[in-house]
Design a protein around this ligand. Structure first.
Ligand code: MD3
Ligand code: FE
Length: 218
């Protein structure tokens, strides 16, 4: 079902959902009840593939710490950005994607109007106070027809959602723990970023914000 075809209150496309742009929907609180279980699964992943601060091609250390699960993981170093089946730190494959993760991503894509989403990559971002992601486009994936599903956990963040040019002033959205966004269609190539995280304490994640982004990378 397309997000634009919501009918009466209580319809499949719940009232809490918000269309952000052509192809982009925010499913507020979709993962709220799963927060504890998602974090437990995340701890298992991190025990195999620890968080690390990657280096950008320009030589800067990213303020956001990252790891991955799934067949493909997003990596950055002085050579550039790419997806790799092997974790460069452990020289082992990334941990497999837990079914709890996959099922949530597929359900969210479905609710956002994208059936048959087959994510093979899950990038896990960890924000501490002050950490941010400057405006960028996601363009390392092979096929832009598949959407990206993002799940926010823990401390709130201000998400910046711009247009197809960096110069367009972004809209700002507050993302809370359990919020899930689906980005596809025309919104897939939009510039976006995350403002520096404010200090706080979340009952599940403590002093961090985590973001899971599910992609079909290969
Ligand atoms: C809009 N992560 O890892 S996810 C990223 O909260 C990234 O950690 C952010 O951007 C985070 O690349 C935001 C939301 C998101 C993801 C992909 C998009 C928004 C998007 C692609 C196109 C447009
Ligand atoms: Fe991104």
């Amino acid at each position: 079902m397309s997000p634009n075809q919501g009918g009466a209150i209580g319809d499949l496309f719940a009232e809490r959902n918000e269309v952000l742009a052509d192809g982009a929907v925010l499913l507020r609180g979709l993962a709220r009840d799963d927060a504890h279980d998602l974090l437990a699964a995340l701890h298992d992943i991190v025990s195999v593939a620890p968080f690390r601060h990657m280096i950008t091609p320009g030589g800067y250390r990213m303020s956001v710490a990252m790891t991955n699960c799934g067949t493909a993981g997003w990596v950055s170093d002085k050579q550039g950005y790419r997806y790799d089946a092997i974790d460069p730190e452990t020289e082992q494959p990334w941990p497999s994607m837990p079914s709890l993760f996959r099922n949530l991503a597929v359900r969210a894509a479905d609710e956002g109007g994208y059936s048959d989403f087959e994510p093979d990559a899950c990038l896990i971002n960890r924000y501490e106070p002050g950490a941010r992601l400057t405006l960028h486009q996601d363009k390392n994936e092979r096929d832009f027809r598949a959407p990206i599903v993002s799940v926010s956990l823990g401390l709130p963040a201000t998400f910046q959602f711009g247009g197809l040019r960096r110069s367009e002033r972004p809209q700002r959205y507050k993302l809370l723990s359990g919020d899930v966004a689906v980005w596809g269609g025309a919104s897939r190539r939009c510039f976006h970023g995350v403002a520096p995280l404010a200090k706080g304490c979340d009952p599940v994640t403590g002093e961090f914000r985590f973001n899971l982004t599910f992609r079909k990378a290969l």
